[in-house]
Ligand binder design. Structure first.
Ligand SMILES: O=P(O)(O)OC[C@H]1O[C@H](O[C@H]2O[C@H](CO)[C@@H](O)[C@H](O)[C@H]2O)[C@H](O)[C@@H](O)[C@@H]1O
Length: 377
């Protein structure tokens, strides 16, 4: 990946958005909240009043919120409901995206003689999804598993959270961290990284959206203010992006959440909104995502030789799809989707929940030294 121009920032987001002015609110352009995007609204073009377009956008956002956020009763992580295996749709999906545990031998066989690098999302991957984002702690057993992974393989956490927050949860200094959906990358000075990072520096920092900090601060305050009256809504400042949580909001108020977020973003054409697991994520319109962060990390850690390096990326969210896609396109390594329901994905394999993730990590560390290239081998 060539980062020689130093910035993934779209050269002139304002100009881009101005050119679309009067057709669609520019902050909504780079993302489609509805499969197939807004070509319909765009096609109607200038004849459609702005108010009408806004209605379309809000309802599109609402559709996305509903479709990508299964209702709570279906979203139990260690649920008592129908086990996915009993669901024929899940079984059919598993045929396309098999369990990484059941396929462990193949994964290890393909890594023979190659270096493995491990990338881990945080929420829903290393910690179960919970109602209160502040309480999404990682279990000590999971922490021990991740510590071991970092002992044997180059490893990084890639999260939508702020880097500081995710480090508070993970509490391990021996990994790299990419917070804010990869917009805040710090490579560690320890273990595997020492010889690859620039001499004399403790750690390297890469923040492609640095110029957006004042804007993110402003939008965060505005979002907090407008949503303060909605019971259950909360706003989380993730430094280079902001999350508006609606997990605890009554579904009848979801439309209001969508409307208010859309209204706030009209004043911020250089920001866009994407939809995660019962969360709207507001972030800069820059050409940067978790996939780009993985490429950046591979390159800066001296692991970009796709012939000899097998990156494994484990994640549960739509934002992780960017990383799965990068691995698929590089034709090296494996995306592993954590999901209990069938989902369209670029991942090769699946795991059901964080407990299976833990098991996979334990297995990886206990694979015979001759079968995978570990740091101690
Ligand atoms: O990239 P990630 O590490 O997966 O971060 C994505 C978002 O994760 C968090 O929200 C999600 O987990 C919460 C705790 O389990 C849950 O309450 C929420 O509904 C989920 O969307 C985090 O709080 C967000 O800021 C991240 O954007």
């Amino acid at each position: 990946m060539d980062l020689s121009n130093g910035s993934p920032v779209i050269s002139d987001p304002m100009a881009m958005s101005q050119s679309l002015m009067g057709v669609l609110p520019s902050n909504m352009m780079p993302f489609s909240v509805r499969p197939g995007g807004y070509s319909g609204a765009g096609g109607a073009g200038v004849n459609v009043s702005r108010r009408k377009i806004e209605e379309v956008l809000v309802s599109g956002l609402l559709d996305a919120m509903k479709s990508s956020s299964p209702r709570k009763k279906h979203n139990v992580v260690f649920g008592q409901e129908n086990l996915p295996e009993e669901d024929p749709a899940y079984s059919a999906w598993m045929a396309k995206c098999p369990s990484a545990l059941a396929s462990f031998k193949q994964i290890v066989a393909s890594a023979q003689g190659k270096k493995i690098a491990v990338f881990l999302d945080y929420d829903g991957t290393l910690s179960p999804i919970v109602d209160d984002p502040e309480k999404a702690v990682m279990s000590p057993v999971m922490r021990a598993a991740v510590r071991n992974v970092a002992k044997y393989f180059p490893a990084a956490i890639v999260s939508g959270r702020s880097r500081k927050k995710v480090l508070e949860f993970v509490k391990l200094k021996e990994l790299c961290y990419a917070g804010s959906h990869g917009m805040d990358i710090m490579t560690s000075s320890s273990a595997h990284y020492e010889h690859n990072t620039e001499k004399g520096k403790e750690a390297n920092l890469f923040q492609p959206a640095r110029d957006f900090l004042p804007m993110i601060d402003e939008v965060s305050k505005a979002l907090l203010e407008v949503t303060s009256g909605i019971e259950g809504a909360s706003v989380e400042d993730n430094k280079f992006c902001v999350s508006v949580h609606y997990r605890n909001v009554d579904e009848k108020d979801w439309e209001l959440v969508a409307r208010l977020v859309n209204e706030v973003l009209e004043d911020f054409p250089a920001l866009k909104v994407t939809n995660g697991r019962m969360v709207l994520e507001v972030r800069p319109v820059i050409d940067w995502d978790k996939g780009k962060a993985v490429e950046f990390l591979l390159q800066s850690l001296g692991l970009s030789d796709s012939e000899n390096v097998i990156p494994i990326y484990i994640g549960d969210d739509r934002t992780d799809e960017d990383a799965f896609k990068v691995l698929r396109e590089r034709n090296c390594g494996y995306g592993i989707l954590v999901s209990q329901v069938p989902k369209e994905t670029e991942a090769f394999y699946s795991l059901r929940d964080p407990s299976e993730v833990k098991l996979f990590l334990v297995l990886l560390c206990s694979a015979p030294a001759g079968s995978v290239q570990r740091v101690d081998s």
